[in-house]
Design a protein around this ligand. Sequence first.
Ligand code: GDP
Ligand code: MN
Length: 466
Amino acid sequence: MQGVVVPPKNKVFGFFLCPPPSWLARTDPRDVARVESRTVLVTDRERDAIPPKPPGGGPQQLGNWMSPAAFEQAVQERFPGCMEGRTMYILPFSMGPVGSPLAKVGLQLTDSPYVAASMRIMTRVGPQTFPALARDDFVRCLHSVGQPLPSLGGFGGPLPTLLILGVTDPAGKKRYVAAAFPSACGKTNLAMMTPALPGWRVHCVGDDIAWMKFDAEGDGGRGPFPVGGAGPGGPGTLGFSWPWWPQCDPQPCAHPNSRFCAPANQCPIMDPAWEDPEGVPIDAIIFGGRRPEGVPLVYEAFNWRHGVFVGSAMRSRRLMHDPFAMRPFFGYNAGQYLAHWLAVGEREGARLPRIFHVNWFLRDGAGRFVWPGFGHNARVLAWICSRVAGEDNAETTPVGLVPREDALDLDGLPGVSYGDLFPVSRPFWEKEARELRRYYEENFGEDLPKEVMGELSALEERVKKM
Ligand code: GDP
Ligand code: MN
């Protein structure tokens, strides 16, 4: 978050048109998106924030807790005088259209012009938020560049990593899909996709941050919600996701740690409903990870409860566990978070989205990706839409429902074989289940809902019978 204001340098940045009064903020290469070990939840009781550590277990991976007194002390140690001599910005902001039941209002204090400018891109800053402030219905956020503790105050870093896209089939039927992938697992590329399947169209409702709520009629799964800005995750996204961005080769145009944010309304494929305060109705939820082996290209959960289990079992790059892609963002005890998802499934009359898991990153023996990915992921979206439409085109495996061989469109993809895309092997899933059980025990302990443990046992039983 430490922005350094420097004049534009024509040599390197010549292709960015920067007429005055533009200014350029460059992030420090030592910056990272957010420091997890310095992200804390402050509650009276530790149990409300994180599951208790089991005796002899490793470090708790599901968050860090601080008492209000310790937090107050940490603030007092760092903040007095830290803004001296700087301009303090007071930013009343709304994430989501102002007044929408899906929006969240906050009041951010910062002494960084870079943060002030970025907040105006990513959120809606202005007096429209005053009614919420007057109702005392807002989140307090404090930021200073004086001491590198980026998220002490609340909304310091990015929030839940969810994207929402609209998928329109060749007949014109549109469906909305939410996806939660851990960092660097392809969210932005999916949200900005150009489908490589004739007749299909994809529109972006939001990338990176979304909320879901039931709508007023309790008409299940309606109303995920985008914030006002799409933030591409890094230079890896530039070439693919932002086709209008100038090609930077051969000179790297940014450090891998740098982050960009651009106003969403400048993105040519924003969905017409992206600012609808009502939100858009969600038909499917996709979880995903980066798994080089063993995890099929796509599978559907048997039911909601199994879907919650699938979300809790997500793993990302370097095989890190990342339940619901929320591990760094749980605002309260992660066990209660899972219980909340289970409770959503029990809701009377709810029309629940179907739940899927995808893996674009399977590799063959030579280390090559077996799936072309990117625009071709539309083929997987097409199958997901067919499931939402109620088509009977899935096959049952111990892990979940996979497309029948004739149900996934592989036309025009020579060398891509169905068999490579849907590996389901007993040794792999035995090991996976074993590791998951240990992860649950060491991190959730007795706060893991029994239904989720039940789903793990059921998976183990099905795998045993393979
Ligand atoms: P995000 O952090 O979740 O938004 O992920 P990005 O969309 O920025 O992608 C992260 C990395 O994964 C980039 O290097 C992409 O090129 C790569 N990537 C994204 N989608 C695919 C895909 O479908 N297949 C493959 N092989 N790589 C992908
Ligand atoms: Mn991204």
